[in-house]
Design a protein. Structure first.
Length: 359
């Protein structure tokens, strides 16, 4: 009788658990027993959702700031608490993390490239330095490579000193079963041999691009019969209802300038997608926490005069309906955790490749 192999997982900035969901999916398919040795996030509502979905796998879950665990700087002497963590978290197979990306995002016009949140990326590197997992995968927006403090360059240099093999990959979610245009940056570190590059192995996993109707065709009208924030769209203002009516009456997908707010109407702008309508036979734009607002992106349903629902956004992000968001009662929290999640199919695909070679 074969001994059951335990896969020890750490998820930093775990959110509601998109990353973990994908890793567990690939682990179970490879006959591993997943153990979430540590999950951590500062967001109380996200931690609750995470706990609801992965309770049977969780050994330790913390609702704290990552700085409380890993307070030291790279290559500095370990603090007393970091030494304690190092002794507790041994033989970790895979560490995943999706540190806050808003500071790096092209949508952030205020502090982009120079945002204090960008330094949280280096806290993940500090965690890797202390815990020394066999595999580490860090996900972020593609534009992180332009960060003014060069967090990626610093991270790669430090991980190489720790004798990790490193790969830096830009991934298009739409090529991996996700019905949205979402380019992401992956930094992958591992301390064992792989015969080919992960990027090459990933290229063999690409699928036919997924479009909106593929993932939400069966839940078009569920908002009329199901109650709760997960199933219902945000309420639009009278003006935005009129804008949506105009789009549908004229079979348009972009709102003309004369119907936009004055800040758009009287100035040249590049916000074409705002107040826009999605297309049924194309992927959605990147899902952000503003998917409930017509003014924050192209989030009007292609066939119904409303914005997409959280359930539709979760589907577009690659969450299966078995994933529960029942613990989340406030719309703002729900929108944020769905949008901020690492799409589970991406996590599953990348981790599956690495698990093939894990000793």
């Amino acid at each position: 009788m074969n001994k059951i192999k335990i896969l020890k997982i750490i998820d930093l900035f775990c959110g509601c658990g998109g990353f973990t969901s994908g890793v567990i999916d690939s682990a179970l398919k490879k006959q591993y027993k997943p153990e979430i040795t540590l999950a951590l996030d500062i967001d109380y509502e996200a931690i609750n959702a995470y706990n609801m979905n992965f309770k049977k796998h969780i050994k330790k879950i913390l609702n704290i700031d990552i700085n409380e665990l890993f307070s030291g700087k790279l290559n500095s002497q370990h603090t007393l608490y970091e030494k304690k963590i190092k002794n507790e978290l041994i033989n970790i197979d895979i560490l995943v993390a999706g540190p806050p990306c808003q500071g790096h995002s092209d949508l952030n016009n205020v502090t982009r490239r120079n945002d204090p949140r960008n330094q949280l990326y280096l806290k993940v590197i500090r965690a890797i330095e202390i815990i020394q997992p066999k595999i580490a995968i860090i996900e972020n927006v593609a534009s992180i490579i332009h960060d003014s403090s060069q967090v990626i360059k610093k991270s790669i240099e430090h991980l190489k000193k720790l004798e990790y093999a490193i790969e830096e990959i830009e991934i298009n979610a739409n090529e991996f079963g996700i019905a949205q245009k979402r380019k992401r940056h992956l930094l992958i570190a591992y301390n064992f041999d792989i015969p080919n590059s992960i990027e090459l192995l990933l290229s063999d996993k690409k699928e036919k691009p997924c479009v909106l109707k593929d993932v939400i065709h069966d839940i078009i009208d569920e908002y009329q019969t199901k109650q709760g924030v997960f199933y219902t769209p945000s309420i639009m203002s009278k003006t935005n209802k009129e804008r949506v009516d105009f789009l549908f009456s004229n079979n348009l997908f972009n709102l003309p300038n004369e119907l936009r707010p004055n800040c758009h109407k009287n100035n040249k702008h590049s916000y074409i997608s705002m107040y826009g309508r999605l297309k049924w036979s194309e992927p959605a734009q990147t899902i952000t926490s503003g998917f409930g607002s017509t003014g924050q992106g192209r989030y009007i349903h292609p066939l119904r005069k409303r914005v997409i629902t959280p359930h539709e956004a979760a589907r577009i992000q690659g969450f299966l309906d078995t994933f529960s968001f029942k613990s989340v009662k406030k719309r703002t929290n729900l929108h944020q955790m769905i949008a901020n999640a690492v799409p589970p199919p991406i996590a599953a695909t990348v981790s599956s490749i690495l698990l093939n070679y894990l000793n």
